[in-house]
Design a protein around this ligand. Structure first.
Ligand code: ATP
Ligand code: ZN
Length: 224
């Protein structure tokens, strides 16, 4: 890989991919995206895109493998707390909060659960993909609970008898409703963010970033 080209990690396929690609396109970056490719080269600027799972993006940025990344604050914050707990470096900065990828991380319970606040979950099992964000919230509330780590199908855990409640991402609430769950408390509000690795960029790359940022700013203002 050419080290002089700015490397940006974006989600390969999922809720952030389309808008990430549109954002770059809006900034004048011409992309030649082929299916099943890890790397895409911009045709008109010294930019390479790394197409990966969103969960890998904060680590790639924090390890300086890529220069920039676009990821949800939920994934960013969870990775950050995990790395801090492992004693791993987590050097990065947020360049811009973006106007897409909005969602909330919420506690949800079965619709017949008598929820009177986080205290109602004392000693209960809570299924989640975000154990650190959940723990931080419950610690603040002074509520002890048991974490059940699930990377998918979190919303079926209560019905399956695997957990008493869940802590999962919600946008419309339709998935919760379809699973007989109700949103009980919002514990974190998230949007997509553009982040940069902690290392100072070489002048050539910094110039590109300085060109991209005002374009992103302009695009977002036009959409407001
Ligand atoms: P990957 O295969 O890349 O790991 P994923 O299944 O983990 O994908 P997506 O469901 O595509 O991830 O969600 C990516 C991000 O989109 C989330 O981390 C979150 O920041 C944001 N998002 C916005 N709305 C929602 C929603 N309703 N549910 C889940 N994520 C949402
Ligand atoms: Zn993911």
């Amino acid at each position: 890989m050419d080290k002089t080209r700015l490397r940006i990690a974006i989600q390969k396929s999922g809720r952030l991919s389309k808008e990430c690609q549109q954002l770059l396109k809006g900034c004048g970056v011409k992309l030649n995206l082929r299916e099943q490719r890890l790397i895409a080269h911009a045709e008109n600027m010294p930019i390479d895109l790394l197409l990966v799972r969103d969960d890998d993006i904060p680590g790639l940025v924090m390890d300086g493998v890529v220069d920039l990344g676009v990821v949800g604050e939920n994934v960013l914050e969870e990775t950050l707390m995990d790395r801090q707990a492992q004693g791993e470096a987590a050097d990065y900065s947020v360049l811009k909060r973006l106007d897409f990828g909005g969602c909330r991380l919420s506690l949800a319970v079965a619709d017949d659960f008598d929820y009177q606040g986080p205290q109602s979950l004392e000693g209960k099992r809570i299924a989640t993909s975000y154990p650190w964000l959940l723990k931080r919230f419950m610690d603040e509330q002074g509520v002890k609970f048991k974490s059940v780590m699930l990377n998918g199908s979190v919303e079926v855990a209560p019905r399956a008898g695997v957990a008493d409640a869940i802590c999962d991402l919600v946008s419309t609430g339709a998935t919760l409703e379809a699973n007989g769950l109700v949103e009980a408390d919002v514990i974190f509000r998230s949007k997509a963010v553009l982040i940069q690795s902690g290392n100072a960029l070489p002048a050539g790359k910094q110039q590109i970033v300085d060109k991209l940022l005002p374009r992103i700013q302009g695009l977002q203002q036009a959409r407001e």
